[in-house]
Ligand binder design. Sequence first.
Ligand SMILES: Nc1nc2c(ncn2[C@@H]2O[C@H](COP(=O)(O)OP(=O)(O)OP(=O)(O)O)[C@@H](O)[C@H]2O)c(=O)[nH]1
Ligand SMILES: [Zn+2]
Length: 365
Amino acid sequence: MDLVHWGWNSIREEEFSIFKEQGFCVGRIVSEHKHLYKVMTIHGELHAEVSGKIRHDGLVLERRDLFPAVGDWVLVKIIEHEKKAIIHGFLSRMSKLSRKVSGNKVYEQIVAANIDFVFLLSSLNNEFNERRLERGLVVSWDSGAQPVIVLTKADLCTDMAAKVAAAQRVARGVSVHIISSITHDGIESLSRYLRTGSTIALLGSSGVGKSTLVNCLMGEQAQRVNDIRQDDDKGRHTTTHRELMILPNGGLIIDTPGMREIQLWEASDGLNQTYQDIEEIALGCYYKDCLHRDEPRCAVKDAVFRGELDSDRFESYKKMQSEFADLSLKRSGHIRAVAKERGGQYAQLLQSQYSKKKKGRRTLK
Ligand SMILES: Nc1nc2c(ncn2[C@@H]2O[C@H](COP(=O)(O)OP(=O)(O)OP(=O)(O)O)[C@@H](O)[C@H]2O)c(=O)[nH]1
Ligand SMILES: [Zn+2]
């Protein structure tokens, strides 16, 4: 098995060399289900579980970021006679698509790691929504990967020009592709991203056509099997299909269930990158830390008033700004609660997990 097709390169090799000396084998997570993994290694695909230490630190210390995600390069020790592997850690993440876990908990859930491009899918039929595209762009930029807007179901669209213009208004420098996975129109234009070893994650609401696009790109090799039941030595458990797949013409694609809902996790570059126009106008606000709400001499509100900035776009920006502020508050509350319940040491660990992402990122102003 040549891992180059799975995204392995000289930078990874260098990082791995020290672990190699320690007897570790390396592999890439191709699927995950309830902390049971499938890992692609030079020996082929193996079932894997995390080590007791990762499980302990991840669950007891609530360090969810220690669990590997689809796309991660993991360090494993292979148990020959059991045909399985134990994951002891992973190589640094070049990018990660994160969201908040559902419910009241304030944990980061990593849905895909080490991605080069996020294909942000939006269908060109009645579900088309500029505001949703904006949210998707914020999340995509925050991942550290390059977003690409893919407008699907072109064959069902009757007002193409208006919708494409709307998408381009939102895109601001991000490439927009118009495709139909049924007629194959526009599919060829995506080939520039599908280079050997480059990883693409698909992001988009249920029904936008993610699986159909995967099938289309996979061509005749398409083998999307639904969840299957498998017997193994430990009894029956559910395994999922592969979520990281190699495309026949090069490139890898990730399609996981976690990519249906676009949920914010942390304010960082994403908001700035998506709303560069607002950031530029805001340079003219009287107060340096203007939130463009009740402050006097606010250039952004003036621009909306003069009709130079779309008010819906501004509202969507403000809404996400509030959501991020709310998340930040919840995280602080959570850290305080953890400190009270378990002591300062655990709280510090949690704090470091939260602040790790902030490093090197621009704040709003
Ligand atoms: N006409 C047309 N239909 C499409 C196209 N792409 C997808 N569809 C249809 O849209 C429906 C949903 O497509 P899926 O590929 O299952 O959507 P999905 O994004 O994977 O949905 P989830 O798995 O729920 O997240 C299916 O009935 C597809 O046949 C397209 O380009 N044109
Ligand atoms: Zn302002």
